[in-house]
Write a protein that binds this ligand. Structure first.
Ligand code: NAG
Ligand code: NAG
Ligand code: NAG
Length: 451
């Protein structure tokens, strides 16, 4: 029904991703997992990694202080680093829980799991004075641009720059009912009810008109429009985030030294075919799906950045030139990669205009961004917001094909626009997916060795 979008997925399923060797021949789109892996791990990952270390991309402006608008009962926990689920002191220390039986590690003996989660989830908001001065200049530059849409976070006085390099996405110990509720709410968002086809859900409502029962149920089926596409995107994001947490797990902490690295047991629990009753494979398929979607968005948005006057402004012309060169290199690699899919097929079954659909996606992502304000752990909130904004930006691009094509060559402030925040989120979000595919490769090696 959704046509081309699923063309590569069944093959990934067959290959078993983890338990067996990964060999996927994906004839419909000339793609296979190996080619995506090779392309990403050799061409994309090293460059995106370098890009995200540059000044333009390493500082993300975000409001981490917005209260959760959905469940007031967490309201009492307003302290920035608080509201990790309370748990009894008697809980097993994390040093033991992580499968690392180092009873002599300081952390294992002195910190409860909650205290540690709180500490690991805290944001390091250190910024040099020089950066702070630069931000004022950036703001002046960005204000002079003409952007067509802004998110609440951007204009809020509570929005602050965070140095992403000082706050890597990794294990924080944030889990339990609070984390579960957040993901659950996000998954609940996956049903679109476009206002353009609004009809009351109650089958007995008078406006049902002359439909016979069958027609009505068919219509009802069609109501949750792109549910499956949306679900796959969210699931892919969820998988990606979990891979990062498994790959950057706190393996040991003691004597003032933290050791981070891959936790195979944790990885198996989330992705192993047998341990997840097949769910794990589906989760990983969705990661590849999401990767290709964002790749497509970058391909589409390249002309926006290729215009000579578009600079990634930090005020340092040499730095800005080098950053832009690197970004264009990435676009060139993406253009040379043959495995693109046709996003038009994504919504081919529905006669809803791209404009309407774009608005629907925008609203849903805005809501997801609000749900992110309910994430208890600050660092998780930061990366959650960044990655959903990145995906939201990718979708905005995919729905703006015409606008990008019609960009005036010499007029910077007309037509399709991206804000700095969107650009930073887009490239860092894609960088996270690229990292996941890279880390997945490492996990496969580790699992092979451990067999
Ligand atoms: C934050 O990062 C800086 C620079 O790496 C470091 O010196 C400082 O100790 C960190 N602060 C916290 C609270 O971890
Ligand atoms: C940064 O600026 C603050 C306030 O302006 C000042 O107190 C501090 O000494 C400065 N730090 C450095 C390292 O220059
Ligand atoms: C946004 O998400 C919340 C929490 O899941 C939900 O209660 C609310 O109905 C959603 N709002 C919209 C406009 O979709």
């Amino acid at each position: 029904m959704l046509g081309g979008i699923y063309f590569f997925l069944p093959f990934l399923a067959l290959s078993g991703l983890i338990n067996s060797e990964l060999t996927g021949v994906l004839d419909d789109c000339f793609c296979d997992v190996e080619s995506i892996d090779v392309f990403n791990n050799l061409k994309i990952y090293p460059r995106v990694r370098k890009l995200t270390e540059r000044a333009y991309f390493r500082y993300y402006r975000v409001n981490l202080k917005r209260p959760c608008p959905f469940w007031p009962d967490d309201g009492h926990c307003a302290i920035k680093d608080c509201h990790v689920e309370p748990c009894p002191e008697s809980k097993i220390p994390v040093g033991i829980k992580s499968g690392n039986y180092n009873k002599y590690s300081q952390a294992a003996n002195t910190m409860s799991e909650c205290e540690q989660a709180k500490e690991l989830g805290a944001i390091n908001s250190t910024l040099s004075n020089k950066s702070k001065e630069a931000f004022a200049d950036w703001a002046r530059h960005d204000d002079a641009q003409d952007h067509f849409c802004e998110l609440d976070d951007e204009t809020s006085p509570d929005a602050e720059y965070v140095d992403l390099l000082l706050n890597p996405e990794r294990f924080t110990g944030y889990k339990g009912p609070s984390a579960w509720r957040v993901w659950n709410s996000i998954y609940e968002e996956n049903c679109f009810k476009p206002r353009s086809v609004y009809r009351p859900l109650n089958p007995l409502a008078p406006s049902r008109g002359d439909d016979d029962g069958e027609g009505f149920y068919k219509w009802l089926e069609g109501l949750c429009l792109e549910k499956r596409v949306f679900y796959r995107l969210i699931s892919g994001l969820h998988s990606s985030i979990n891979i990062h947490l498994c790959a950057e797990y706190l393996l040991d902490e003691g004597w003032g030294r933290s050791v981070w690295g891959p936790n195979i047991r944790e990885f198996r629990q989330r992705f192993d075919t047998a341990e997840t009753k097949g769910e794990g494979t589906r989760r990983l398929k969705n990661l590849y799906f999401l990767y290709l979607i964002e790749l497509r968005a970058l391909y589409k948005v390249a002309p926006y950045f290729e215009r000579a006057f578009v600079n990634l402004y930090t005020g340092n012309a040499r730095e800005d030139g080098a950053t832009k060169d690197l970004l264009l290199q990435i676009f060139n690699e993406i253009k040379a990669f043959p495995m693109h899919f046709d996003e038009k097929s994504m919504f081919a079954g529905h006669k809803i205009e791209a404009k309407t659909l774009k608005e629907e996606f925008r609203l849903h992502f805005k809501n997801i961004s609000k749900i992110m304000d309910c994430v208890g752990c600050s660092k998780c909130r930061l990366w959650g917001k960044l990655q959903t904004q990145g995906l939201g930006t990718a979708l905005k691009i995919l729905f703006s094909e015409k606008e990008i094509k019609n960009l005036p060559e010499h007029s910077p402030s007309k037509g399709f626009q991206l804000t700095r925040q969107e650009i930073v989120a887009l490239l860092n979000g894609f960088g996270r997916l690229s990292t996941s595919i890279y880390q997945l490769h490492n996990f496969r090696q580790l699992l092979k060795e451990n067999r």
